[in-house]
Structures are given as C-alpha cells and as structure tokens.
Design a protein around this ligand. Structure first.
Ligand SMILES: Cc1cc2nc3c(=O)[nH]c(=O)nc-3n(C[C@H](O)[C@H](O)[C@H](O)COP(=O)(O)O)c2cc1C
Length: 166
C-alpha cells in the first residue's frame, strides 16, 4: 500500500475534459475559449455542463444568446487550444487570426470548429453559480462528428480519437 499525504485540492479532478467552447455574439462575431470545467450532467435528456468565469468575453455571449458549441479537442489542436485559452475575444478575432476552420452550427447560431472530431451543439436551459465559475447547463440539440468515427447506429468510436491530454 503506497504511503498517503494531504495534497492540494484546487481543480482536483483528473483527467480533465478539455473543450473548446465556441459561441457567436448577437452581432455575429464568433469566439471560442478553452474550458476544462465540464461534464455530462444528464443522460435523458442528454445534457452537458460547461463552467465559464464571468470575466471571460465568452461568458456574456453565452449568457445573452443561450447557446454554445462544445468541441472535443485533439492533440493536433493543442496550439489553438492554448491560444484560445490565453487570449480574449474582447481584443481580437481569435478564430480568424489562427485561421481555425469553422462552419455554422446545424441547429444553433454558433460556429462549429471543423478541426474538432466531435462538436456538441447546446441550448442553455439553466445555470448554477458555484464559486469562481457559472456552470451553464446545455441541452444537446445536435452532435456533428467526423463521418469515419460514426457507425450505422450513430455511435461515435471515441477510442479512435487522440484526445488532448493536459
Ligand atoms: C487549460 C485551460 C483551461 C481553462 N479552463 C477554463 C474553464 O473551465 N473556464 C473558463 O472560464 N476559463 C477557462 N480557461 C481560461 C479561458 O479559456 C481564457 O481566459 C480565455 O482567454 C477566455 O477567452 P474569452 O475572453 O475570449 O472568452 C482555461 C484556460 C486554459 C489554458
């Protein structure tokens, strides 16, 4: 049995679920930020939660529009993830600057990141202010995945995705 000792408990859950959460302001400006405070939160109906700090530019967009897209992140998206997670859409059009390919969401009025293997379109049904973060509860209204990953029943083969590891 290994010896145990008290450890730091901030952001204690691991492994993380890195996401790029993309959104579009009411005046049509696209943005995305890195998020790791995120999880599934309902099986039926399918729902996820993403935690956004109120000071983020994306916070006011998601709060105002009530929609977002949670894009799963691969190792090949590492540089974009950290850029989008350390610069603000308040100061620049980050997606255009990086040349990140995007498309319109199929259901929600927000951009989908095409480099992401799985993009989850959500409508906000509520939120919970925890401490530092507001957890936005998103009802999943559409999932767009790389065709090669999806079987005849619509199931995604997540084992074939090389997820970003933090
Ligand atoms: C590894 C990593 C994880 C992050 N996780 C979160 C998070 O869960 N919630 C959040 O609000 N910000 C998180 N951030 C910070 C935002 O992504 C960052 O402040 C971003 O620049 C905000 O962009 P915006 O102002 O354009 O919305 C994270 C950043 C990194 C690098």
């Amino acid at each position: 049995m290994p010896e145990k000792k008290a450890a730091a408990f901030r952001s204690a859950l691991n492994p993380k679920t890195p996401l790029l959460v993309s959104c579009r302001s009411k005046d049509g400006r696209d943005n995305a930020l890195a998020v790791v405070y995120a999880c599934d939160c309902s099986y039926d109906p399918p729902m996820i939660m993403v935690g956004i700090v109120p000071s983020r530019h994306s916070y006011s967009i998601v709060k105002e529009t009530g929609v977002f897209v949670a894009n799963l992140v691969t190792e090949s998206m590492r540089d974009a993830f950290f850029y989008l997670g350390s610069h603000s859409g308040r100061d620049e059009d980050k997606l255009a600057k990086l040349g990140v390919p995007i498309a319109d969401g199929s259901v929600v009025d927000a951009p989908v990141l095409l480099d992401s293997p799985v993009s989850i379109e959500c409508e906000v049904t509520g939120s919970v202010v925890t401490g530092s973060h507001e957890m936005f509860i998103g009802k999943i209204v559409h999932v767009r995945a790389d065709a090669a990953l999806v079987d005849a029943e619509g199931k995604i083969d997540f084992s074939r995705i090389e997820f970003l590891r933090l």
